[in-house]
Design a protein around this ligand. Structure first.
Ligand SMILES: [Zn+2]
Length: 222
């Protein structure tokens, strides 16, 4: 797939996120890996109306390219990337990540404002959610666009010696972020999180989550 096809795919994904009500105003940002670069949505724009010329290209390798300018750091060509570009760059430090979706979908955002378990933001209600998401860690609140938020998200996505990398996180009082080896995979995760959040809010304390055993049985089944 060449670059212009990737840009069109990214624009199509942005429209899908907008049509689903996952973003409003100029909220949310999505990026796609393109060789040694990432293609990312611009700052201050509605994701439902983007054109090819609006997409911003940034180098994934920051060591060689950061110029010291803040918003323009590592940008190739013109345009100003989403203020949350640092968070996206950090996610691509994991080699298998091809797409990063960050949206403020209403139910997941509502859950992110509850007093929830930081290790697992929601009970697991459905098989699809169990397989694609499972335990959803919660990143404490940091100012959107801050280096602190990028660092906290990047650490959870990357994982470490004691904890495997995660494909999705909830951002406290903010929204959700997920990564995938492709556009479809990343968007499916976002949809599963939003749907499980909707069920969680509908059910309140009446829900019956899947047990650990039921979840273990599902591993690798999707
Ligand atoms: Zn955001």
């Amino acid at each position: 797939m060449d670059t212009s096809e990737r840009i069109l795919e990214l624009i199509e994904l942005c429209r899908r996120a907008y049509d689903k009500g996952f973003v409003s105003g100029s909220g949310g940002n999505i990026s796609l890996k393109d060789g040694g670069d990432m293609l990312i949505t611009p700052t201050g724009r509605n994701l439902g109306v983007l054109a090819e010329r609006d997409i911003v290209r940034m180098r994934l390798s920051r060591k060689r390219n950061v110029t010291g300018r803040d918003k323009g750091a590592a940008v190739i060509g013109s345009g100003v990337p989403s203020q949350e570009w640092r968070m996206h760059l950090r996610c691509y430090e994991r080699a298998d990540v091809v797409c990063v979706v960050h949206v403020h979908s209403p139910h997941a955002s509502a859950v992110s404002c509850l007093d929830i378990d930081p290790d697992c933001g929601m009970p697991v209600y459905t098989p699809g959610y169990s397989v694609r998401v499972g335990r959803l860690p919660v990143v404490p609140y940091f100012r959107p666009g801050s280096a602190e938020l990028a660092s906290a998200v990047g650490d959870l996505i990357a994982g470490g010696a004691t904890a495997p990398g995660r494909n999705s996180v909830l951002l406290a009082n903010h929204g959700l972020l997920c990564v995938g080896a492709g556009i479809e995979q990343a968007m499916n995760i976002a949809e599963e999180i939003e749907e499980n959040a909707r069920l969680f809010l509908l059910l309140g304390d009446r829900g019956r989550p899947l047990s650990e055993t039921q979840q273990a049985e599902l591993a690798g089944k999707y």
